[in-house]
Design a protein around this ligand. Structure first.
Ligand code: GTP
Ligand code: MG
Length: 722
């Protein structure tokens, strides 16, 4: 092999083909060499600067307080991205509203898609049953369309252009894909092309795709709030065609024959993601700017994992950096979740309870509610997540309510529900208990679990919940995940005999008995000497917000104190299970019997508190129990304890250990409850509930008659224990 003449010592052209490729030419002139060396020096300088910057960032990250990570999980269409939007709305509202132009386009896409579904249904109704691809409904059961309907259909054809135009913009940005979804596959459609293939748009990043609509933005981006950034004069704005078709769309949607047709096909468009047909006049107006609620209701399917950073300050706590991760929930995308399990502080799991009568798009043999339940079970039992706080959102309660009110029988789909009343309260409570039971049964170790009935398209209620959750999570991070160095509970004056019957107890905690996190409960008791129930006010609410007060008739001072004790005991157990160190003085202030478990009302799963005594007594006629917030410096000093209290301390600790041991033993001994697999359900050995299954056609997805045609899918809890 001929030797390559080297002009630079650092190149070892013989050994390394890359070095050979980048080696300077053999006949390099001195001037060229000078230029090359200068370029190399410059490149080296830039590379060093980048390294330095990376190092600086790494150091800064190491020094910065630990950020709190929250992962949003749940099946597709459960409301994860909508929850993320709520986070954005709370913590970066300006940025959220700056994207109105992009979300306007998504609303337009959703409108065009809904109309397309109606036109498909009309086409299907005109097709002889034998030639229909999917619909099992006999023509005789479908209402007859008139020539006027067909003319209406023709007039709406230009909407095809709107959908295709919007899809093209999304996909040309390289950030979106079109994927088969729950939308029905179309055959004899009024449309052709990509949009006509029954696809849904998916985005692999929640921000990148927004660039696709930048053409709608004018240069003046001064007033995002008012929509001044939207170029309404753009002749290519899809809003122009939508506006031109508005009257026809409204007529179509309100037409009784069309309503009857959709009803015969059990197609409840109003329950579908991205439903705007009830607001057609508004959303198709030429100068339409989406509201916050519109943005929350707009639907785009997620396929990647995206991280969103916020700096949150909750209550009086220090501000924290939060990272919220949104993932795609379709089955094929769930493998991407696992790498995020490590290091997560909290998971918000969304289970759409309204989907009890629907099947999975990915697998039409699986009931969507059952899928959610199995998914929940796998999350709660995952050992990697055993110290991760879990927040369960039983979501889409509004749709659940509407479905039950429309007469859809919950018991037909959840067989173990049996003949209980077909109303929202009963069905929702039933599901809540089932989810809670699964958590209790399968969690690798006892831990906090919060459950909320949600409608995440309602920003007000969701923000309230998220606000509380965040405070709560920060509180947990502060109080539980880190050692409890300051005594969380300090004594009243134990020499005061009155304290035994009516102590002034101040409990600082992170949750309350009513599943509302980080709120303040103040119990004011007027007659401190009495053991009889008397006038007691219970006040809820963080101090920063107007609290709600209610009078309690049944709680005695001792019960209030016992309840406080119980709540504290629970946090002690939680802390213990997380191997946090409890300060020895933690129990010093317990001045009433701690064994009255039922006193003070029932406690929600996972309630935990820290407790302490205020130590001053301006008003001895009061009992105050406050949950919420973090401990203040005035409560960080332990007081000397009497031998009596020492003994009590030991008793309480033992009670705690014994309680834990017993509950673990009971759990081991209990026969395992489990969900039935679809195949098991068909086995005769599985005891069927008395409820008869409905005829096959009733078992389908109401939003999608084509799914219905495939299979009736009900689910059943093997045990009906709650
Ligand atoms: N009516 C109603 N609609 C909801 C609720 N929660 C979410 N939605 C709607 O359901 C649709 C799906 O919600 P997404 O947040 O996109 O669901 P996702 O879990 O992110 O779904 P993937 O991205 O496919 O994993 C959206 O159009 C939401 O507006 C709710 O509580 N009530
Ligand atoms: Mg999503």
């Amino acid at each position: 092999m001929p030797k390559f003449k080297r002009t630079h010592d650092s190149y070892n052209a013989d050994e390394d083909p890359l070095a050979r490729a980048i080696a300077p030419p053999a006949d390099e002139s001195p001037k060229a060499r000078e230029v090359r060396l200068a370029e190399e020096a410059e490149a080296q300088r830039r590379s060093d600067a980048i390294d330095e910057e990376l190092n600086r960032q790494r150091m800064a990250e190491r020094k910065a307080p630990k950020c709190i990570r929250v992962l949003l999980l749940g099946q597709s269409e459960s409301g994860k991205s909508t929850t993320l939007k709520n986070f954005q709305l709370i913590h970066s509202p300006k940025a959220f509203r700056a994207e109105k132009a992009s979300w306007r386009a998504v609303v337009q896409l959703n409108v065009a898609r809904s109309i397309r579904l109606i036109l498909e249904a009309m086409t299907d109704a005109q097709t002889p049953p034998g030639s229909r691809s999917n619909s099992p409904i006999p023509t005789a059961d479908l209402p007859t369309l008139t020539p006027e309907h067909l003319r209406l259909k023709m007039r709406l054809l230009p909407l095809q252009q709107v959908e295709e135009n919007l899809l093209r913009r999304l996909s040309s940005a390289g950030s979106a894909e079109i994927e088969a979804t729950h939308l029905s596959p179309m055959t004899n459609l009024p449309y052709s092309g990509r949009a006509a293939k029954g696809k849904e748009v998916t985005v692999n990043s929640t921000s990148q795709w927004k660039g696709a609509f930048s053409r709608l933005l004018s240069h003046a981006r001064s007033s995002f709030e008012s929509g001044a950034d939207i170029n309404f004069e753009d002749p290519n704005d899809p809003g122009v065609i939508l506006h031109a078709c508005a009257e026809d769309m409204i007529q179509l949607w309100n037409d009784p024959t069309i309503k009857a047709l959709l009803s015969a096909r059990k197609q409840r468009l109003e329950d579908m993601a991205g439903f705007f047909l009830d607001s057609l006049e508004r959303v198709t107006s030429l100068r339409y700017v989406p509201t916050d609620e519109d943005i929350l209701r707009a639907r785009l399917k997620t396929i990647g994992v995206s991280e969103h950073r916020f700096t949150l300050k909750a209550g009086n706590m220090l501000s924290h950096d939060w990272r919220v991760y949104d993932v795609g929930g379709a089955r094929s995308l769930r493998a991407a979740w696992a790498p995020f399990f490590d290091n997560m502080d909290a998971i918000i799991f969304l289970a759409p309870i309204s989907c009890f009568d629907q099947v999975l798009e990915e697998d039409p043999s699986v009931n969507r509610l059952e899928d959610s339940i199995l998914l929940w079970k796998s999350i709660v039992s995952n050992p990697l997540l055993k110290t991760t706080e879990l927040v369960l959102f039983l979501n889409k309660t509004d749709i659940m309510r509407a479905k039950l009110q429309a007469g859809i029988q919950f018991g037909h789909y959840v067989i173990s529900y049996g003949n209980r009343p077909n109303d929202y309260e009963n069905a929702a409570t039933y599901l809540k208990k089932k989810f809670a039971a699964l958590h209790k049964q399968h969690s690798p170790s006892p831990r906090v679990f919060y459950c909320h009935m949600t409608k995440v398209t309602d920003p007000k209620s969701t923000q309230h919940i998220l606000g509380n959750e965040l405070t709560m999570s920060q509180g947990h991070v502060n109080n539980l995940l880190t050692p409890l160095t300051p005594p969380p509970f300090r004594s009243t004056s134990s020499s005061d005999p009155a304290a035994l019957t009516c102590p002034r107890v101040l409990i600082q905690a992170n949750t309350t008995t009513l599943e509302k996190a980080h709120i303040v409960i103040i119990i004011r008791h007027r007659n401190r000497q009495s053991t009889q129930p008397s006038v007691t006010n219970l006040t809820f609410g963080p101090t920063s917000v107007k609290p709600i007060s209610m009078a309690l008739d049944e709680i005695t001072p001792a019960e209030a104190a016992a309840h406080a004790t119980n709540v504290f005991l629970e946090i002690a157990l939680q802390a213990q299970s997380r191997k946090c160190r409890l300060h020895p003085s933690a129990f010093t202030s317990i001045s009433v019997p701690a064994t009255r478990g039922s006193a003070g009302g029932s406690r929600a799963t996972g309630t935990e508190t820290t407790a302490r005594d205020q130590g001053t007594r301006e008003d001895t006629e009061k009992v105050e129990i406050i949950t919420g917030g973090s401990s203040s410096p005035s409560h960080t000093k332990a007081r000397p304890r009497s031998p009596e209290l020492e003994r009590h301390d030991v008793e309480v600790k033992e009670a705690g250990y014994n309680h834990m041991k017993t509950s673990r033993r009971e759990e081991k001994e209990k026969p395992k409850k489990r969900l039935l697999s679809p195949s098991e359900k068909t086995q005769p050995s599985v005891k069927p509930k008395a409820t008869a299954r409905p005829p096959a056609k009733a078992g389908a997805s109401l939003a999608n008659p084509n799914k219905k045609a495939r299979k009736f899918q009900a689910m059943e809890f093997e045990s009906d224990d709650e």
